[in-house]
Structures are given as structure tokens and as C-alpha cells.
Ligand binder design. Structure first.
Ligand code: LLP
Length: 438
């Protein structure tokens, strides 16, 4: 997929770069990002929205992969940006991302984070709860500013996805519930706050979603809510944000729709619902993360040790694991992989790919068909662009890998590999624990 192919040497090539050369130059584990594919995905969203005729913003959910180079690409592609912490906001601002196109999410924004975002003049706060509504109004007032807000509502739509990442159902830490009247009270309170400008509502129903039904149901619920608040409170939503969650293909089990079909389902549902209610058509915002960067990422590992339990299983260990990709351990996520330096060879055996952490759960792939792998071979695991680098850790004091962006035969470092110095950079030995000078 994307610009990946097998070259004349039988090596996996991405963005015109031979992965064996990338491994030599940058070391492994290495995250490789196919820049052309990221841009293509961004354009698929923008083009699908243009086709609808609606006003829109496509906000890249930077939680999926927040690094300055990625913010730069999002900016160039005309996307907006969703951030959820001071760290993601800082990353965006340092990358020169226009603050007016930044949306700030999160269920527990600290006063310091809110002040930072107010000072930067970000475009919009997605307010999650009553505490935040009051806090934001007060802090904006102190600065003599008016903050644009969306109210995050919990539409009660449960996406068919892994439990941990379903957020649209009612029993969720996120948002104002539609069903019990909280969302309605939030609108009433929001319009009473002198320093807040209520632009509209937000709903996010989950992640890695394959069907359009959930999005359509969310639009129906949001539209019904919009009608109610217009009729009873004389408030018109200018913006309706339908969140992210559009699925991607990790393995053959996954059957996502093309991006344009998700967008069309949403825009059609918005147009029909709001037209029927005699509404001006709202501006539609979405927040895709995974579907922008997920399949553009590939992780390269070097094969190390092997353990065979005859008749049971053969383990192939690589030089990374749950520290650079915690998703298999956290969500039982499945991945596909090939031997990148022998990509044209047929599979000869079924093996399982283990990481190098001191933890039995540190497995990347169970039951993968591969040619007989030897120490020094290069394993490429696909679709690691989203929630991999973003969720990487230093467990076992393993250094986080480098990230390179590849395009047209050129490979550029986007994140340096951590050094051993980085590993101890924040450590301090309290004076009383230090060895007395000898
Ligand atoms: N908007 C909101 C409010 C969200 O909570 C999320 C994801 C997104 C947008 C982007 O969703 P996406 O398009 O990427 O599905 N760590 C998990 C995924 C957690 C998603 C959290 N929220 C994983 O690795 O699968």
C-alpha cells in the first residue's frame, strides 16, 4: 500500500527508500513514515468534504502521532489540529502551526493548560464538563478574552470496537450526557457565560470504526438536540463536530470503508437532518487521527534471538516490542509483517514475534508466516503510524526509536533516537544518597 513495494534486490522499499539502507543509516528499531501516503489521506478527507459543498474543518487528532514534522504536514495540507494536552499544544506551536486552527480537547484541562491556550489564541476549546465551563469562563475573563467553545456531548452511541476505546456510550468519563439532560443544561450555562462564545457541539463515538451507522446515528441525535435548543433556547449551532474514529486496515480481518464514504455518510446525514428542520447548514468538523497516519507508518526491527519449543511454537525476538508498540499488549491488536530484506521470499514457517522487554506479554505478533528468519534479518511491521510512537515508553529503560519521513527516495529524520544520556537526563541522585567523596 502507499508507496511501499519490493525492489529489484527483493528488499522492501518505502517512499523510494530501500528499508535495508534506512536500517543501516538510522539503526533499528525505526519508525518509517510514508509522507506521500499521509498527504494522500489528508487530501482524501479534504476532497470528500469539498464534494459535499458544506463548510468544514478536518482537524488531525494529533494524539495519534504528535511530532513537529507531522504538525508541519498537517498545516501544509490545510488541516486543523486537535490537541489534548499542553505537550501536544506546545508541539504544534513550536512547529509554527497556526493557533487559530487548533482545537483543545480533554476531560481535565488544567488551569495552566487553559491559560497557555488562551495566551496562544487557539481557535476553539472543546469543553467537556461543567467544572471546565466555569473555569474557562473565569480564566478567559481574567485575560479580557472571549473563548470559542464546542460542548462535547455523549450521544449514547456505542461504536462496535474494543471496549477500552469506545467513548460514545453513556457510561463514559467524557462529555455532557444527552440522555439525562446534562447537555441541555450545558447549553443553558454556556450562553450565560459572558466570556464564552458557543459555536456548537462535538460528539466522538469511538475509534477504529468500520461502519457508517454509528456516525449516522450520532448525526441524528445531534440534529434532534440542535432542534430542541433552537426551539427552546433560541440557540443555533454553527458548528457540528463529529469526532474521529474512522477505521483502517491492520490485517485482512479489518474491512474499513474508503475515507470518502465515511465523509459522505456524515455530510449526507447532516444535510438531510438539518434541511428537514429548516436549519442553516452547520459547518462540519471531524477529527481523524489513525486514518491519517496509521497505515503510513512501518516499524523496522532487527531479528535477534530465536527460541523453538518443538511442536508448540517458535519465538523470534526483535530489538523493540511493547515499548515502541504497546497496542498488542494493551488491546490485543493484530499486525502484519514481512522480512524486509527478503521480501520476495515465500513463507516457510509460522512464528511469533516477541519483543525484548522482561515481560511475557511483550509479544508483537502471534502466528505470523515468514521465511526462515536469521539473526540480523530485518522485520517490517506495517500500519504502526498511529498510537505507536505516541504511546511509546521507556519501560526497562529502553530508548525510544528514531522516526524518519521518507518521500521520493529521500529520508529525513523527524525524531532523533533517544540516547543513553536521555535515559538519565531527568534523574537526580539526592545529595544524601550520594557517595561521600573519597
Ligand atoms: N477525537 C477525539 C475526541 C478522540 O478521543 C479521538 C481518539 C480522536 C478524535 C481520534 O480518533 P481516531 O481517528 O484516531 O480513531 N490508543 C488507542 C486509540 C485511542 C483513541 C482515543 N481517542 C489505540 O491505539 O487504538
Amino acid at each position: 500500500h502507499g508507496t511501499s513495494k519490493i525492489n529489484a534486490k527483493g528488499h522492501l522499499e518505502i517512499g523510494g527508500c530501500d528499508t535495508t539502507e534506512l536500517a543501516k543509516e538510522f539503526g533499528t528499531p525505526l519508525y518509517v513514515v510514508d509522507e506521500a501516503l499521509v498527504r494522500q489521506r489528508a487530501r482524501e478527507y479534504v476532497e470528500a468534504f469539498r464534494a459535499s459543498g458544506l463548510n468544514f474543518q478536518v482537524a488531525y487528532a494529533s494524539k495519534a502521532f504528535s511530532v513537529m514534522a507531522m504538525c508541519a504536514i498537517a498545516e501544509q495540507e490545510g488541516l486543523s489540529l486537535d490537541v489534548v494536552s499542553d505537550g501536544e499544544l506546545y508541539t504544534a506551536l513550536q512547529a509554527g502551526f497556526p493557533a487559530g486552527r487548533i482545537h483543545f480537547h480533554g476531560n481535565n484541562k488544567t488551569p495552566e493548560e487553559i491559560v497557555m491556550a488562551l495566551d496562544a489564541n487557539i481557535g476553539c476549546f472543546v469543553v467537556d464538563n461543567f467544572t471546565e465551563l466555569k473555569l474557562l469562563n473565569a480564566l478567559a475573563g481574567e485575560k479580557g478574552k472571549k473563548a470559542n467553545i464546542l460542548l462535547r456531548i455523549t450521544p449514547g452511541v456505542e461504536a462496535h470496537t474494543h471496549d477500552y476505546i469506545s467513548t460514545g456510550q453513556q457510561d463514559s468519563k467524557f462529555g455532557f450526557d444527552l440522555a439525562n439532560g446534562s447537555a441541555y443544561r450545558a447549553v443553558k450555562e454556556a450562553i450565560e457565560q459572558p466570556n464564552l462564545v458557543l459555536l456548537g457541539v462535538h460528539s466522538h463515538i469511538g475509534s477504529q470504526i468500520f461502519e457508517v451507522e454509528g456516525f449516522k446515528m450520532a448525526v441524528d441525535k445531534v440534529a434532534a438536540f440542535a432542534i430542541k435548543v433552537r426551539d427552546e433556547l433560541n440557540v443555533t449551532f454553527k458548528v457540528v463536530n463529529l469526532g474521529g474514529g474512522f477505521g483502517i486496515r491492520y490485517t485482512a480481518e479489518d474491512k474499513p470503508l474508503p475515507i470518502r464514504e465515511y465523509v459522505k455518510a456524515i455530510t449526507d446525514a447532516v444535510i438531510s437532518n438539518f434541511t428537514a428542520a429548516g436549519f442553516p447548514l452547520p459547518e462540519i468538523w471531524v477529527e481523524p487521527g489513525r486514518s491519517i497516519v496509521g497505515d503510513a507508518g512501518t516499524t523496522l526491527y532487527t531479528v535477534g534471538t530465536t527460541k523453538e519449543i518443538p511442536g508448540v511454537r517458535k519465538y523470534i525476538a526483535v530489538d523493540g516490542g511493547m515499548t515502541d508498540n504497546p497496542r498488542p499488549a494493551l488491546y490485543q491488536s493484530k499486525y502484519e509483517a514481512v522480512l524486509a530484506n527478503r521480501a520476495n521470499e515465500p513463507a516457510e514457517e509460522t512464528v511469533s514475534i516477541a519483543g525484548k522487554c522482561c515481560e511475557s506479554g511483550d509479544m508483537l505478533i502471534w502466528d505470523l508466516d515468514l521465511p526462515k528468519a536469521n539473526i540480523g534479518d530485518l522485520l517490517a511491521v506495517f500500519c504502526t503510524g498511529a498510537y505507536n510512537y505516541a504511546m511509546a515508553s521507556n519501560y526497562n529503560r529502553i530508548r525510544r526509536p528514531a522516526v524518519v519521513f521518507v518521500k521520493d527516495g529521500q529520508a529525513d529524520l523527524a525524531v532523533k533516537r533517544e540516547s543513553l544520556h536521555d535515559i538519565v537526563a531527568n534523574d537526580v541522585i539526592p545529595q544524601r544518597l550520594r557517595k561521600a567523596p573519597t
